[in-house]
Design a protein. Structure first.
Length: 364
């Protein structure tokens, strides 16, 4: 009987121990969930340290998120579409981080945060937003959004077209116009975004806009830049036509293109890589929109930045954002595989960082 009583006490003691351990685990989990940062997803970031007015060196720190209430872990019900969009954008950022860590692509994915990069980033202090300009992906419309937010005009419809790109009058300061400390603060704390599109289709758009149609009457593209490319890269010296897409591709794919880029100055922003423009592996962007899905991405960006109640993205004409595979294949059909491969080698970082497939005509 005594032995049975002892065993009974031992089982009670063991059960009590298990109960204490279980309650401790529950309490620990509750404390963790209570004090966990609801926005602390993704890789841990450290602060940016500016080493000069024209150069920023990244040291990384946790970035203050700028998500509106709907995007935070408040227990609010999400619409199915909002959840889907949020997951798409998180996947894009995760892909970007993974490619940035790929040492084999480091030369194609990393760049110094120089004055050239800071000149591309426009600032809206009132709403703590930074927008990196990537020409030929609908940037004019985003500039209009920021101009209205900065208060220069009360609505997008009121903005004269010639004002949008006049940086003396449009009320859009560049990040390069601030002090080192101010730049560091904005890069660490502001909502930051930019837009991309298929890299080859963007090059076609740049070629057509600057060397074929030239709607803004910028004579230097046809009378200074085009002749410089032709003199260096045209194979048939007796050919007298203006710049051809083949010449343009040969110039862009040349590993020694930089000596011409220096002569062309900031005009090269229309065809240099997204990496060179926005330093996506050095700056922790909040959202990266895609031109091909801009109908969904534009409202998402406005909501994520907390400004959707203040301004709307201008109406997008039907079909304008759809990737035109036939057009791309047609432009590259008369160009040698060697020249196309050299072009891809330069823009491979853009393809990989933002999830664009290598063109089929390179695989065949």
């Amino acid at each position: 009987w005594l032995m049975s009583d002892n065993m009974h006490h031992q089982w009670l003691l063991l059960a009590a121990c298990f109960w204490v351990i279980f309650m401790f685990m529950v309490a620990s989990k509750f404390i963790t969930l209570t004090f966990k940062d609801p926005d602390g997803y993704g890789a841990k970031q450290e602060p940016l340290v500016l080493t000069a007015v024209t150069k920023v060196e990244e040291v990384r720190r946790p970035e203050e998120k700028h998500w509106p209430e709907d995007f935070q872990s408040t227990g609010k019900a999400f619409s199915g579409n909002l959840i889907r969009q949020h997951l798409v954008h998180m996947e894009r950022l995760e892909l970007l981080r993974n490619v940035c860590r790929d040492t084999a692509l480091r030369n194609l994915s990393h760049t110094a945060i120089s004055k050239f990069v800071l000149d591309r980033i426009f600032v809206c202090d009132k709403h703590k937003i930074l927008f990196c300009q990537t020409p030929k992906v609908g940037n004019t419309q985003w500039k209009k959004v920021l101009i209205v937010l900065n208060g220069a005009f009360s609505s997008i419809e009121e903005i004269p077209e010639h004002i949008v790109h006049d940086h003396e009058k449009n009320g859009l300061p560049r990040l390069s116009s601030f002090t080192d400390a101010e730049i560091k603060e904005r890069l660490n704390l502001y909502f930051k975004f930019f837009i991309v599109r298929d890299p080859f289709e963007r090059l076609i758009s740049a070629f057509k806009d600057k060397f074929v149609h030239n709607p803004r009457f910028e004579p230097w593209y046809r009378h200074e830049i085009a002749p410089g490319i032709i003199r260096k890269y045209r194979k048939n010296r007796t050919e007298t036509r203006g710049l051809q897409f083949e010449d343009f591709v040969r110039y862009l794919g040349d590993p020694n293109h930089r000596w011409l880029d220096v002569q062309f100055g900031d005009h090269i922003i229309h065809w240099v890589t997204y990496v060179e423009l926005c330093a996506p592996c050095e700056i922790t962007y909040s959202v990266i929109g895609h031109h091909e899905t801009l109908e969904e991405d534009a409202p998402y960006i406005l909501k994520a930045a907390g400004i959707d109640h203040l301004v709307s993205y201008p109406t997008i004409p039907p079909g304008i954002t759809v990737y035109n595979k036939t057009k791309v294949e047609r432009y590259f059909s008369g160009i040698s595989k060697r020249d196309i491969r050299r072009l891809y080698a330069r823009f491979e970082g853009d393809f990989k960082l933002f999830g664009y497939r290598e063109p089929d005509f390179l695989l065949n």
